[in-house]
Each structure stands twice: as structure tokens, then as C-alpha cells.
Design a protein around this ligand. Structure first.
Ligand code: 5GP
Ligand code: SF4
Ligand code: MG
Length: 465
């Protein structure tokens, strides 16, 4: 998901709409905005679909006045899937004795089932099926004297990954979980402030990137400035390494590094680790592009756009009939035949999950007359599901969970298939010594199976770590 908030500017919600538009890659199913105005109080709008289709008209933006606003773009990793329930669309809102508060959450609460059960037993009435709603009910139960105090107390009971942007009538609040699994950054805009999942959304509103919110940090912001404190027990951070590989936008800065440059470095590492003779390096667009450029630069093999992406095809295209569904990846990607015919082609993609994309693309490339197809993947084999806010399928459906690298190559029927090593990936993100096996610098559970936070709900449901 993507989260964004602004305080201290006129018509804050219009800045939030722009910020969410720049974060659309983090969630395409739905979006919501809450704004507060001293005269009109709190207002909210939640809609299915893209920000550009929902939050651009004057008609809707006029209903969200005021100098303080937060928003959320949704990508379902818990609760209902797809566009099934508007009640699961954030921000969530609660009315407390000291006033209202709205919250937007990115991540996944790994003990949400237990918390929900306990809360319902004690009388909480849930409005949604989302894990994030627990935070509101925990706040309602807290005896804290201010909303930030209550949020702090609520979040101490929550396990897993959370970056949160919240607002009261006068304050913008940002929190990152102690491991800092999901990103959150602080920006300055005029006399006001912004919080965002990624720096690319600060750029779009002309805000200056100030710094990252630190793992375990809570900031409470009003027009007087930013107050920071660390309410959780300090732990060694474990940022999601997959944000560098795939999730974040290449024009964002993460951990002081350009995501684009990191991805290019991944491509270079791949070329060093798994070289192969070929005529062309082609990305699987768009997610494989920077790594393919890095592979080409390192290997000296020319880069070419052998696959063209239809820019108008969203990730959540409606698939109305069986006939159209069977066209699958063809709706989005097409082979540039003139380039491919008779060539030995290296295809670079960011990841192999179920293997569906790679299989279809290989068929298309061979149909177009390629002589050889070599896959190079910018992440290690995805063998474990993510429980911290990326929607990977059940373990059985992950290709790498049931097959060795050789078996995957056979299954995909390609001339070669190589993944970057875990150490290679760590080097590419700036860890010159590679992965520290006793205390890894990042979360890499989807590749290593080493979960930094026990996924309590899943273990309860029989998941074997
Ligand atoms: P597969 O077809 O193997 O199941 O999935 C791999 C493709 O899905 C890759 O091209 C990658 O860019 C994309 N991908 C990887 N992780 C995610 C994710 O969390 N969400 C979405 N929508 N796509 C993903
Ligand atoms: Fe990121 Fe993978 Fe960890 Fe999930 S399991 S937080 S995708 S590194
Ligand atoms: Mg892709």
C-alpha cells in the first residue's frame, strides 16, 4: 500500500491526491482521503480504482477542505481481496473522547487475528475485515490522555510490519515499526510538512525530502514543527529488501540510495555471477528494466527493447471472459519481432513468483523466432510467502518452493535460468560484505525463509516456518 499525509498547507487534500497518484504503483485497487477543516470538521472519500479517476474533479476535492489531510492507496494483503468491499478501504476513522482520528496503514499485522478475537470478545464492533482496523479499536481501549499516547499504546500490542500515517484535528502523525520493514519519509512543503511512503511522491508536490522516519520512530507534527520519539523497544532494523528489487519506484531514494542505481547494480552483479554469450539483453518491462541496463553495461551485450509494454494496461485490468483471460500477458506485453528474430536473447525480470509471466514471455519470444532464451532474475528464488505487506501466494503456488533451479529451468523450457545470489543482492544494495548470516541487515524472508517477526496468525493456521 501507499500512504501520504500533509499538514500546514491550504487545500491539503489536493496535495494528498497528487502524492497518492505518485504512489499508485503501491496499490491500484482503491484509494481514500480524509481531510480536516476547523469549520467543517472531518470529511472523507473512499473509492475503488485509480486516484486519477477518483480524486481529480473539483466536485470531489471541494468536499475535502482544510489544511490537514491523509490518504491511502490499497493493495490487499489482508481482508477482502480486490474490489470487494469499500469498508476495507482506508483511511479508517475513530471518534475518541479527545476528538477524532484517522489512520492509514502500510504493512501487515501478523497477530491481527488474535487481537481481533480478543477485541470482539471485549465488545469492539469491527466495520471491516482489514487487519489495520485493530489499531483503531486498541486506541479506543487505551486510557492514554492524548491521541498520540493512545496510538503509541495500541501499536505496542501490534506485531509485524507497520508504517502508519495518522491525523487528529491538529496533528499529523507518522510511525514506523521497530524493524522498519516498510518505508516512510518526511518532507517539507512551504510552512507545512508531508509524510510519504516514498520520496517520488514528495517530488510531485514540490516538497523537499528532509529525512526518513527511522525504524521505531514516532513523529507528531503540527504547524510548530516535528516532535520525535522512540516508543518501542529498540531492535536492529530489517528493512524489506524487496522494496529495492521491485516494490518502490526507481526514482525514489531508499536508505540513502537511489532505487534505480540499486537495480542497475543488481543487473551488474547478475552479469558477473551468471554470464552467458548472447546477442541482446532485453528487460521484461517495466520492473526488469534497470537491472537489464545494468546487465548490459557490465557484460557489454547490447540492450534492446525486445518486449514492449502497453502503457494503458493497468495491473488490475478487468478480465471479463475466458477467451480474454487466456490471452493473459499478451494484453500487456508484446514482442518486438524485428529485433528478436534469429537472436540469442537474455531476458531480465525482477522476480519469478508463480512462473506464469516467464513462461508466457518465453513462448512469445520463441514464436518471434529467437534462437536462444536465457532468463536472468534480479532476485533470489522466491520460495516463501511474505506476511509483511506484499501479496505473495501460498507457499505451494510459489515455483521456487517446490522446484530446484534446474527443475524450474526445465519447467520454463529455457536455455538457461539464473537468479542473483542472496549475497549478490546484499552487495547490490550497498552491503559490501554481503549478507550477515547471524544478523541479516534486511528482511529477506521470501528468499531465505528466515522471518524476522513470527507470523503468529499464520503459524496458528498451520504454516510451518
Ligand atoms: P509470476 O508470473 O512468476 O507469478 O510473477 C512474476 C511477475 O510478477 C514479475 O514480472 C514481477 O514483476 C511481478 N511481481 C512480483 N511481485 C509482485 C507483487 O507483489 N505484485 C504484483 N502485482 N506483481 C508482482
Ligand atoms: Fe519484503 Fe520479502 Fe520480507 Fe516481505 S518477506 S517484507 S517481500 S523481504
Ligand atoms: Mg514484472
Amino acid at each position: 500500500c501507499g500512504i501520504f499525509g500533509v499538514v500546514g498547507v491550504q487545500d491539503a487534500s489536493t496535495f494528498v491526491a497528487l502524492g497518492l497518484h505518485a504512489l499508485q504503483h503501491r496499490g491500484q485497487e482503491a484509494g481514500g482521503i480524509v481531510a480536516h477543516d476547523p469549520e467543517q470538521g472531518f470529511n472523507n472519500a473512499r473509492r475503488f480504482g485509480y486516484v486519477r479517476d477518483n480524486f481529480t474533479s473539483q466536485k470531489i476535492m471541494e468536499t475535502l477542505p482544510g489544511p490537514l489531510s491523509i490518504g491511502h492507496v490499497r493493495y490487499s494483503t489482508s481482508g477482502s481481496k480486490g474490489q470487494t468491499a469499500i469498508r476495507d478501504v482506508q483511511p479508517f476513522f475513530g471518534e475518541f473522547s479527545m476528538g477524532g482520528a484517522a489512520i492509514a496503514h502500510n504493512g501487515n499485522i501478523t497477530n491481527a487475528n488474535t487481537l481481533r478475537r480478543e477485541l470482539i470478545e471485549r465488545g469492539s464492533i469491527f466495520q471491516s475485515s482489514s487487519d489495520s482496523e485493530c489499531i483503531i479499536h486498541l486506541m479506543a481501549r487505551s486510557m492514554g490522555r492524548s491521541i498520540p499516547d493512545r496510538m503509541e499504546e495500541a501499536l505496542r500490542k501490534v506485531e509485524g510490519a507497520f508504517s502508519v500515517v495518522a491525523m487528529t484535528r491538529t496533528k499529523l502523525i507518522g510511525v514506523r515499526d521497530p524493524l522498519g520493514v516498510r518505508p516512510l519519509v518526511l518532507g517539507k512543503i512551504g510552512d507545512g510538512w508531508a509524510l510519504s511512503s516514498e520520496t517520488c511522491a514528495l517530488d510531485i508536490i514540490g516538497a523537499e525530502f528532509v529525512r526518513e522516519i527511522e525504524p521505531g520512530e514516532m513523529v507528531v507534527i503540527n504547524t510548530d514543527g516535528v516532535q520525535s520519539h522512540f516508543p518501542f523497544r529498540r531492535q536492529k532494523p530489517r528493512f524489506c529488501i524487496f522494496e529495492h528489487v521491485y516494490f518502490s519506484r526507481p526514482d525514489s531514494i531508499l536508505g540513502g540510495r537511489s532505487v534505480y542505481e540499486t537495480r542497475e547494480a543488481i543487473g551488474r552483479e547478475l552479469a558477473k555471477e551468471s554470464p552467458v554469450e548472447a546477442d541482446l539483453v532485453c528487460p521484461v518491462p517495466d520492473s526488469g528494466t534497470p537491472a537489464a541496463i545494468g546487465f548490459s553495461l557490465e557484460s557489454g551485450i547490447p540492450y534492446a527493447m525486445g518486449i514492449i509494454r502497453n502503457q494503458y494496461m493497468g495491473r488490475t485490468f478487468i478480465e471479463p471472459t475466458e477467451q480474454i483471460r487466456n490471452m493473459g500477458v499478451r494484453l500487456k506485453l508484446n514482442v518486438n519481432r524485428a529485433l528478436i528474430k534469429g537472436k540469442r536473447v537474455i531476458l531480465v525480470d525482477d522476480s519469478v513468483v508463480r512462473g506464469t509471466t516467464s513462461r508466457k514471455i518465453k513462448e512469445m519470444i520463441l514464436d518471434a523466432g529467437a534462437k536462444e532464451v536465457h532468463f536472468r532474475i534480479a532476485s533470489p528464488p522466491t520460495a516463501w510467502p511474505c506476511f509483511y505487506g506484499v501479496d505473495t501466494p501460498q507457499r505451494e503456488k510459489l515455483l521456487a518452493a517446490t522446484m530446484s533451479e534446474d527443475e524450474m529451468r526445465e519447467h520454463l523450457a529455457v536455455d538457461s535460468l539464473k537468479f542473483i545470489s542472496l549475497d549478490g543482492l546484499y552487495r547490490a544494495v550497498g552491503e559490501a560484505q554481503g549478507r550477515n548470516p547471524t544478523c541479516p541487515q534486511y528482511c529477506d524472508a521470501c528468499f531465505s525463509g528466515e522471518y524476522p517477526v513470527k507470523p503468529a496468525d499464520m503459524v496458528e493456521q498451520g504454516f510451518q516456518m
